[in-house]
Design a protein around this ligand. Structure first.
Ligand code: SAH
Length: 370
């Protein structure tokens, strides 16, 4: 066993017993010494995965226009917090600010707060935003950020939050048949196991209604951090105008099945190989996020595809203008446009959702809100 994190996880399980999938993900992704994010810059063609802002400047620029319109919708407050969850290399914020420069009054109202868990990425973000005309602060949790009008963004952030997994081991028992899936050791190897213990009652309350439809051996995923995020948005929405936009890969309805995946150098890997050196993500459950926000009396838009959102935001016009300015880059720009919006690429798999204070109108780029 040469992998430090594999040794660390074995030791933990030997000492205190099997761990939950959420604990496993949190260690692999965020362990300060050997975790994935705190020890590397994973982005780009030569990295493990590539995200929309890394594909094209058009993405962040359109989000920038969306932010500017949001500031208008809020009545142009003197100060607004532009909060980004998990900003990666800070490229999206850089592109947002290029758009924000179109309105100096908006630009001077902006205070940026980046929520980042990785010191390596925080340093890269500081470098990217070195010449940024607005104050930039960092936080490791939204609870550290003072209440004020806010625009909150997260691209490919929700997919790396630790999830719990549950398996319906005995359909006849209904709720009582559910058991938590764990990571344990067998023949000196990390393997998945099932907890022999019944779930505590409070845990069952978090299950979406669709769990009633589960068949024998169906697997349900739950992300505890979703509830914490929605709770924070709700509290903030009651005091100030806030609008939050999340973009990620995932589904518009809850389905059963294991979606935990490990990615290294753009290839899928075994979840237990290369711990801390490959990225772990899961598909985001947008139906569950919608249900949580309705239950919390927070306004939420319908969930739309990234392709529809970017087209509604005028990405084709932006591409045309870029083509005019850089005719030599025609093939590259068209390739980027296709990657971001086409159904076979990121256009359909990626979804967009927006949460906001009750009294705000329909946000730009969407067709309905409740
Ligand atoms: N939004 C960027 C990066 C997405 S990768 C882009 O689209 O390119 C996920 C980002 O979230 C990384 O910056 C990672 O370090 C950060 N991150 C992961 N878990 C986090 C947590 N629990 N709290 C804060 N940041 C986290």
């Amino acid at each position: 066993m040469t992998n430090n994190l594999t040794v660390q996880i074995h030791k933990k399980i030997q000492e205190t017993g099997p761990i939950t999938i959420a604990e496993f993900m949190a260690i692999c992704l965020l362990d300060p010494n050997n975790g994935y994010y705190p020890t590397r810059d994973p982005f780009g063609e030569n990295g493990d995965f590539i995200t929309s802002p890394e594909i094209s400047q058009m993405f962040g620029e359109l989000i920038g226009l969306w932010c500017m319109q949001t500031w208008y919708d809020m009545g142009r407050p003197n100060k607004i917090n532009l909060i980004e969850y998990g900003p990666g290399r800070g490229i999206m914020m850089q592109d947002i600010l290029r758009s924000a420069k179109l309105d100096q009054e908006f630009l001077s109202a902006i205070n940026i707060t980046l929520i980042e868990a990785s010191p390596v990425l925080e340093a890269i973000q500081a470098e990217t935003l070195y010449k940024c005309p607005c104050p930039v602060n960092w936080a490791s949790d939204i609870r550290e950020i003072p209440y004020m009008p806010a625009i909150i963004l997260g691209n490919e952030f929700l997919d790396c939050l630790p999830i719990k997994q549950f398996i319906q081991t005995n359909k006849k028992l209904g709720l009582k048949g559910w058991r938590e899936r764990l990571v344990t050791i067998k023949n000196n190897k990390l393997v998945f196991g099932i907890s022999p213990i019944e779930l505590p009652e409070w845990q069952e309350k978090d299950f979406p209604n669709s769990h009633f439809k589960a068949d024998q051996n169906d697997l349900l995923e739950l992300c505890p951090a979703y509830s914490q995020i929605i709770d924070q948005l709700k509290k903030r929405s009651l005091k100030n105008n806030i609008r939050a936009l999340f973009i990620d890969y995932g589904d518009t309805s809850t389905s059963f099945g294991d979606t935990l995946q490990s990615l290294k150098a753009h290839k899928k890997m075994n979840v237990f190989s290369d711990l801390g050196k490959s990225d772990l993500t899961t598909r985001v459950n947008f139906e569950y996020l919608t249900d949580l926000s309705i239950a919390n009396n927070l306004s939420v838009t319908e969930v739309i595809t990234q392709g529809d959102f970017l087209n509604n935001m005028g990405i084709k016009v932006r591409a045309k203008n870029l083509l005019k300015a850089k005719p030599e880059a025609k093939n590259k720009i068209l390739r980027q446009l296709n990657k971001l919006t086409s159904k076979n690429e990121m256009g359909e798999l990626f979804k967009v959702i927006c949460f906001q204070s009750k009294k705000l109108e329909l946000p730009l780029g969407f067709e309905s809100i409740r």
